[in-house]
Design a protein around this ligand. Structure first.
Ligand SMILES: [Zn+2]
Length: 271
């Protein structure tokens, strides 16, 4: 599943191709995505200048002159830059054809992605208005994390993945960030000290920034986001390394299940 770093990698790869380009046509091949694509979306969007490509959580925000396209990659989606004439492949669901002769082409086998056009402030759209802070926002700091964990008995690993606390920390990144912060994944969230909250904020940012940087190096005319970040895997400390020696202390990495997701940690380094 595309996680925040893959979506950000897609955004960065898309931006130079999309910025200041006009959308000359929208070709919609399959309207049945997670929510049906509005029938009038194509006529609303056609002819508009694409001003910039932004992101909020895992939504790409294609900012147009009169509104914004909110695009979510879902479980299996990707958005590629292709020549507009390139033959369609299975599961290609729409093209945003640009005045450069290229198209932004959306492919999504499972069709959990979505495409919505909104004329108002995109951040006030019901899908985005209530999202928690971005991990790189100033609002996500030690004081915030310490405050919102005070009465939570839930394990810190699970809380970290809760998008009502902070957006974009998926399963891989949660395990990796807790390792870097030296915090055991099963600790009750409310037991975190202020210093630990500060370490965890730094670790979350470092892990995501590294993933984004790694993704950025693979860019060419397209843009990542196939859900298999193999490039990132080589640098992982604990994720999918059960039984292998901890890269810091040599103790065997352990795997447990929390909330039906696998968690990896070092029982010596993380307390
Ligand atoms: Zn260790």
């Amino acid at each position: 599943m595309p996680e925040l770093p893959e979506v950000e990698t897609t955004r960065r790869g898309l931006e130079p191709h999309a910025r200041r380009r006009r959308i000359v046509k929208v070709s919609l091949y399959e309207r049945r995505l997670r929510w049906p694509v509005a029938a009038r979306l194509a006529s609303s969007v056609k002819g508009q200048l694409l001003k910039r490509v932004g992101r909020r959580a895992k939504y790409l925000l294609l900012e147009l002159e009169a509104g914004t396209l909110l695009l979510h990659l879902g479980m299996s989606g990707n958005l590629r830059v292709v020549p507009a004439q390139a033959p369609r492949r299975t599961h290609d669901h729409f093209d945003l054809v640009l005045d450069s002769g290229k198209a932004l082409r959306f492919n999504d086998p499972r069709r959990f992605g979505s495409l919505i056009y909104t004329r108002g402030d995109p951040l006030a759209h019901p899908l985005l208005a209530r999202l928690a802070p971005e991990p790189f926002d100033a609002a996500f700091d030690a004081a915030y994390l310490h405050r919102v964990t005070r009465r939570r008995r839930v394990a810190i690993k699970q809380l970290l993945m809760n998008s009502q606390l902070v957006v974009g920390v998926g399963n891989i990144y949660a395990s990796e960030a807790l390792f870097r912060a030296r915090i055991a994944p099963r600790r009750q969230a409310r037991t975190l000290t202020h210093a630990e909250a500060a370490r965890l904020v730094r670790a979350v940012r470092a892990v995501l920034a590294q993933a984004i940087r790694s993704g950025g190096t693979t860019l060419r005319d397209y843009l990542g986001a196939d859900g298999a970040p193999g490039y990132f895997r080589q640098r992982l400390y604990v994720y999918e390394r059960a039984g292998e020696p901890c890269r810091r202390c040599g103790t065997a990495v352990r795997a447990i299940t929390q909330g039906q997701r696998s968690t990896y940690y070092c029982p010596h380094c993380q307390r």
